[in-house]
Design a protein around this ligand. Structure first.
Ligand code: PMP
Length: 360
């Protein structure tokens, strides 16, 4: 607290990301990073870009990367926005597209950054509880047919949702987008490559749909901080206007080089997603054998609770064995553990530790 702070700062509750401890031999399954490294071609491109050209500013339009992403998704380059991690893309979207007189609607139990951005940018919000099975209920996001005519100013949700991992089918996403033509619907697909179907294929049909992706999860480049949005070019222009008023350069030279090479290495990308999915399926079966209830996951993590054990105590017992998972002290989910899919060896270590803890 400081008397030099502006009123905005007083109103903020900072988002606390999962901890990044620096201990040796830690099994780190708490922040949904990819367990294996990025494309060797991306690493080579970053190394190749590490030369005297770093004295020069990067391309302010990120043309090469936008063109490569546009090609991959069958859209035009002016339908692509890139930023410093999808968190920054989301931040610009909150300012440029999600702030209206009517409330921004999003699930109660979803990415905990959304309320933080609402506070930062003064966005009116309505959090809508998930169904009992932790799915997003489509009917909750349709304009009210009860005579009040109530409708959202904008809508945002992750798909798959975080931290539940539950997927909303593409036709359900489309129903929400189609029913809200006056509202931007932002689908945060940070985890979509681990089993979901992307809504990007709908962007040419719906000018109110914006889809946000990240290089941090399926592309194993969390350290590079690259995210992007794809949508109608008018939405992208809104994001560009905010971005240009904030920082003229969306990404540094190394990030541009690494991200471009990653997009061009489709084979590696497919293989590394499949590896995580295969490990997830094995882990789900093993957790179920230990008595856990595991929500169906379309992500690179699972959300699981044990009927006989307290979630916080399980997380603490794992931590005592140098295994870190994520536990949320939040109503309805405080018995769950969110476990990132690690390497096969890390997951085996986790399962063994849980077996021992449960036998105690
Ligand atoms: N959206 C969701 C749902 C996430 O879980 C995360 C990762 N914490 C992000 C966006 C942000 O990822 P990044 O900024 O690394 O792209």
């Amino acid at each position: 607290m400081s008397r030099y702070w502006s009123a905005v700062v007083h109103g903020l509750t900072p988002y606390v990301p999962g901890e990044q401890p620096k201990l040796d031999n830690l099994v780190k399954l708490n922040t949904n990073e990819h367990p294996y490294g990025p494309s060797p071609k991306a690493l080579a491109a970053i190394r190749a870009a590490t030369d005297d050209s770093l004295r020069l500013y990067p391309d302010p339009n990120a043309d090469a990367l936008k063109t490569a992403l546009a090609q991959r998704f069958g859209v035009q380059p002016d339908q692509v926005f890139v930023g410093n991690g999808s968190d920054e893309v989301l931040a610009h979207a909150f300012q440029a597209l999600l702030k209206h007189e009517r409330e921004l609607w999003f699930p109660d139990i979803s990415y905990s950054f959304y309320p933080v951005y609402c506070g930062l940018y003064g966005v009116a919000q309505r959090q809508i509880p998930l169904a009992d099975d932790f799915t997003i209920r489509v009917e909750d996001y349709l304009p009210r047919g009860d005579g009040t005519g109530e409708k959202a100013g904008a809508i945002i949700f992750p798909n798959p949702n975080a931290p539940t991992g539950r997927l909303l089918a593409l036709d359900a996403v489309e129903q929400i987008v189609a029913a809200n033509p006056d509202a931007v619907v932002l689908v945060d697909e940070a985890y979509v490559d681990f089993g979901g179907e992307s809504a990007i294929k709908l962007v040419d049909q719906y000018p109110n749909l914006l889809v946000v992706h990240t290089f941090s999860k399926s592309r194993s480049l969390a350290g590079l901080r690259v995210g992007y949005a794809i949508g109608h070019k008018a939405l992208i222009e809104g994001l560009e206007r905010v971005k240009n008023s904030f920082n003229s350069y969306p990404l540094d030279r190394l990030a541009l080089a690494g991200a471009l090479a990653s997009v061009e290495d489709e084979e590696f990308f497919q293989h590394s997603c499949q590896q995580v999915i295969a490990t997830r399926e094995t882990l789900v079966a093993q957790l179920q054998q230990l008595g856990f209830e595991v929500l169906p996951s379309g992500a690179n993590f699972v959300f699981a609770r044990h009927p006989a054990r307290d979630g916080a105590e399980l997380a603490a017992a794992l931590r005592a064995r140098a295994i870190i998972v994520r536990h949320f002290k939040q109503a309805r989910i405080d018995q769950f553990l969110r476990i990132t899919i690690g390497t096969d060896a890390q997951c085996a270590q986790l399962v063994q530790a849980l077996g021992e803890i449960l036998a105690d």
